[in-house]
Every structure is written in C-alpha cells, then in structure tokens.
Design a protein around this ligand. Structure first.
Ligand SMILES: [Zn+2]
Length: 339
C-alpha cells in the first residue's frame, strides 16, 4: 500500500477524517495473535476513493508481457475496480477503513481485525524492503503478511462473528484476481501450514527473519522449511540489434508459471529469469526456466509447445537437460538473434 498517499489524498479532497474507536477489536486481535500492541492503534474512516488510492496496478511493461503470453486479452482492464475496505499503513500507527465498509454489517469488524493485524505485526517485525527483491520474492513476502492477517481475520470471525467472513474469494477471473488469490488465499494456506506445525512462533520467525523467497515456497511450505532456494537462472545473451532496449528483467516464479501451463506442469519449478525488450511498439520476451528434474523440464516444454503463442511467428522454444528457454519475438529473424 502506498502509505502517505492515503492521508495526502484525504487532505487534498478536503475530506472530513473521522476517528473510530477500535479498542475492543484491538484487544481481541492481541489475544488471537498472541502479541501486544506497543502503541495503541488508531483508526480513521475515509471515503472509498481515498482508501483505494494506494491499490495495486500492473506496470505497463508487465502488461505487454502478459499479452505476449496470452494471459490477458488486448484491451482487457488491469485496473482493480473492486474497491478496498480498509488499509494499514506501514510504519504508522493507524489504519483506514472505507466508509462503505459498514455496509458489510458485523463483518466490518473482521476487516478491522485484518488491518489491525498488519499494524500489530508492523510494530513487532517492521516491513521488508521489497524493492531489492525479485518480483516473485516480493509477492511471496506479501503472501506471508497478508496470510497472517487473513488467518487472524478467520479466527476472529470464528470466535466472535459466528464464522462469517466477507466474501474475500470474490476475485475477478482475470489476471489481477489471480494475483490477489495468490497473496490472500495461498498466503493464508501457507501461514496456516506454518502455524499448524510450529504455532505462532514459527510464523513470527518467518516474519522476523525468514520470509518465503519464492512463490514456490508459499505453494509448498515444506520447501520453505527445508530452505529450498530458487536456483540462480540466467537468460541467454540477448542482442536484438539497434533500437531494442531492455525494459524489464525479473523472476516469473512458479505461481505465474501455473498461469501458463497449469499447476501440475508448473510443479518442479527450480528457478527462472526473464527479460523483456522493446523497440517502438514491438516486444520480445526471453524466458529461461531451470527445473528440478529433466523429465519435469521435458513436460514443461511439451506444455509450452501446446500453447497458442507458439503458433505465432517469432516463437521459439529450446529445451536441454533441466533447462527450458522460450523466446517470443515479433519475427523469426528477431528470435534468431537470441543466442
Ligand atoms: Zn491486508
């Protein structure tokens, strides 16, 4: 969440910021989470517009890549229009709740519990600098912190609200919905697995010093426990010629690989790296996966070969040993320049 943005927006819109009393919910959250607030949290009610101001968006470069991989249709919206109910502000002692939150009735309280969990954990563990991480690792870290908030939200609903929760599973079928599902649903599953094994202390350990390093670790908590790190992977040398500029280089991860070939073929992910290049309106994607086993890599390659993008000119797939290399270029001539 972009933090100050929320308050700045409220000020700009000359909105009346109303403080709400959340002390009872905060005391319950402390009990459920087994941690005490170092400073009593404060909550403000703001407009839906203001609460949504820090919400996710998909960068332009990623959009081009998603289109190359047939993961979004040209023109498909990547704006989140679902709205938000609340937000916690990292490094600050307050949460904001959207003023249409109360339409949720008693469930509104579970949103407050969710956001307060963020504040509570922020006071104890701080936040990670995700700028330095790969995109996959940053998303995995978000799954950890959202996962704990979701789990406390569930415990809260079970204990105090007769098990009712807001319908968080109401994500869109599109790309953004998939991303949310990972962070919230897979995140909750991951944290629940840690807590089942080692109680909150194991979750605390993850928050304090060992956030998951990949979506692979979130999807397979045993790999987090075993400390199975992503394999360092490098794309081949890309020299596309004059006018071409690299606009992105990052890790795609097991979760997003699932979006391409499904969960079964994506299992066995060891590591990956992609580069996205641009010249004018044209894009070239170069993506290299390192697999845990050679047979798994062969299955991945077969799965990729069956995708519609492989029938376009400029699509090239190479597979050797446990490594699979995909090039999606505007033409075969451009694809041939990837060594
Ligand atoms: Zn949250």
């Amino acid at each position: 969440m972009a933090v100050l943005l929320v308050v700045v927006t409220a000020l700009l819109m000359r909105e009346r910021i109303v403080e709400i009393d959340v002390s009872e919910t905060a005391a319950r959250v402390e009990k459920l989470r087994g941690l005490r607030f170092e400073d009593a949290p404060v909550a403000f009610r703001v407009s839906q517009e203001t609460a949504s101001s820090g919400v996710w968006s998909v960068p332009e470069a990623q959009r081009a890549m998603l289109e190359l991989l047939d993961l979004v249709a040209p023109g498909e919206s990547l704006e989140d229009d679902g709205g938000v109910w609340g937000a916690a502000v990292h490094g600050e002692n307050y949460i904001v709740i959207a003023d249409d939150g109360p339409r949720l009735g008693p469930l509104y309280e579970s949103i407050v519990a969710h956001e307060l969990t963020h504040t509570l954990e922020d006071q104890h563990f701080g936040a990670y600098e995700t700028e330095e991480m790969s995109d996959d690792a940053a998303t995995a870290t978000a799954a950890l912190t959202e996962g704990t908030a979701m789990l406390v939200e569930r415990d809260y609903a079970d204990r105090y609200l007769g098990g009712k929760r807001p319908d968080d599973g109401d994500w869109s079928d599109g790309w953004l919905g998939r991303e949310y599902r990972f962070v919230y649903e897979e995140g909750e599953r991951f944290v629940a697995a840690l807590r089942d094994q080692g109680g909150w202390p194991m979750v605390d350990r993850a928050l304090a010093s060992r956030p998951p390093e990949s979506s692979e670790q979130v999807l397979h908590p045993e790999k987090w426990r075993a400390g199975e790190e992503p394999l360092p992977t490098e794309t081949p040398l890309v020299n596309l010629g004059p006018g071409w500029k690299r606009v992105d280089r990052d890790v795609w991860g097991e979760w997003r690989t699932r979006a391409i070939v499904g969960p079964r073929l994506a299992t066995g992910w060891g590591g990956d790296q992609f580069e996205l290049w641009r010249r004018g309106d044209e894009h070239t994607l170069v993506m290299t996966w390192e697999w845990d086993t050679e047979s798994g890599a062969r299955a991945l390659a077969d799965g990729l070969r069956a995708r519609p993008f492989m029938r376009r000119p400029g699509a090239q797939l190479r597979h050797a040993g446990a490594r699979v290399n995909l090039v999606l270029a505007p033409s075969d001539a451009v694809a041939a320049r990837v060594s």
